[in-house]
Design a protein around this ligand. Structure first.
Ligand code: NAP
Length: 310
């Protein structure tokens, strides 16, 4: 089968670290163009805008958007209007309603829209979901702590409205737990910690629950000075499940069941799924993690903390 011709839009950290290598190894895709305000990947034609790429009349079937979430809506709208399939990095746009509108536009234009959640493609997530399915959950604790200076150096957009602050990594944990737990989660309480000089939170505590009343607590914090912790602990009526390394490692009752590579294992899976959607003429738009973040901003108490200086 001929590969799907794809353009990458926004050549920053995640495009270089994950998308370009995943596309280079993919049988499903051929990277034919980059849309960038700077220098694109070597050997690939680069354009400053999607409109310029379209005007050049190169053959392209799809775009993968790796820009920050604010601004993605307009890019995706342009691509959909031109009949291109669209794959979105997480979080999918700047607001829930933007994504709903994109889903509607893609349906009307007959193209595929895929809101990716890379942590869901981590190797321990599906085994965790399967194990949990037959058990009664008692308690869930999510700990997502990392050093913002190490993981997001110089990323000014992440501190702006719509950049989501600590929810940029925290939404990965929410994408994992909303995949693993069989019932819908809703937020009951939140506290967001804003540096006095920033428009986005540096830490957040969330309390959530499902229809059975299972307590789910999450702590997201960018002020970690030691090793990062991307952990989810689930206590059930027959044993304890521990996910760590952002969904790469799974232990049940202390016995390690899965210990795969971390993020490097995720993007080949995302592109394989994306190709399947495009070839089947389908979209996949799951907003559950994004809605929980929106609800945290809506319901959360705001506490001002010391300024953040990079
Ligand atoms: P980044 O390093 O800041 O790169 C974003 C790129 O988007 C920039 O290099 C720029 O590319 C383009 N861009 C267009 N408009 C921009 C604007 N107004 N401000 C800044 N950049 C703009 O960010 P990133 O870490 O790659 O993250 C991008 C998305 O991927 C985010 O949604 C993030 O949550 C997600 N993600 C990141 C990681 C990670 O480890 N960093 C992991 C998974 C997912 P050009 O110079 O080519 O125009």
């Amino acid at each position: 089968m001929a590969p799907i011709k794809i353009a990458l839009v926004g050549i920053g950290k995640i495009a270089r670290d994950q998308h370009i290598p995943a596309l280079a190894a993919s049988q499903d895709y051929e990277l034919v163009a980059a849309v960038t305000r700077h220098t694109g990947p070597e050997g690939i034609p680069s354009f400053r805008t999607i409109e310029e790429m379209l005007a050049a009349k190169i053959e392209v079937d799809a775009v993968s958007l790796c820009t920050p979430p604010v601004g993605r809506y307009a890019l995706a709208r342009t691509a959909i209007a031109a009949g291109l399939h669209v794959m979105l990095e997480k979080p999918p746009a700047a607001s829930v309603t933007e994504v709903e509108d994109l889903a509607d536009a893609a349906r009307r234009r007959g193209v595929s829209l895929y809101t990716t959640w890379h942590t869901r493609a981590a190797p321990a997530i599906e085994p965790a979901r399967n194990w949990v399915a037959d058990r009664n959950l008692r308690d869930v604790v999510i700990t997502w702590r990392e050093d913002v200076k190490k993981w997001h150096p110089g990323q000014a957009w992440i501190w702006e409205p719509g950049g989501l602050g600590v929810f940029d990594p925290g939404i990965n944990a929410l994408s994992a737990i909303t995949r693993i737990m069989p019932n819908h989660l809703h937020l009951t309480d939140a506290e967001l910690f804003f540096p006095s000089n920033r428009a986005a939170p540096i830490a957040a505590h969330l309390t959530m629950s499902d229809a059975n009343g299972t307590p789910v607590r999450a702590e997201f914090d960018w002020r970690e000075q030691g090793s990062e912790r991307w952990d989810i602990d689930i206590v059930t009526d027959c044993g304890r499940l521990a996910l760590s390394k952002g969904g790469a490692r799974l232990a049940i009752g202390g016995d390690v069941q899965v210990d795969g590579g971390a993020i490097d294992a995720e993007y080949p899976g995302l592109y394989a799924r994306s190709a399947e959607l495009v070839r089947n003429g389908e979209s996949e738009v799951d907003l559950a993690p994004f809605r929980l973040v929106a609800d945290a901003f809506m319901l959360g108490r705001r506490t001002i903390v010391e300024p953040f200086v990079e």
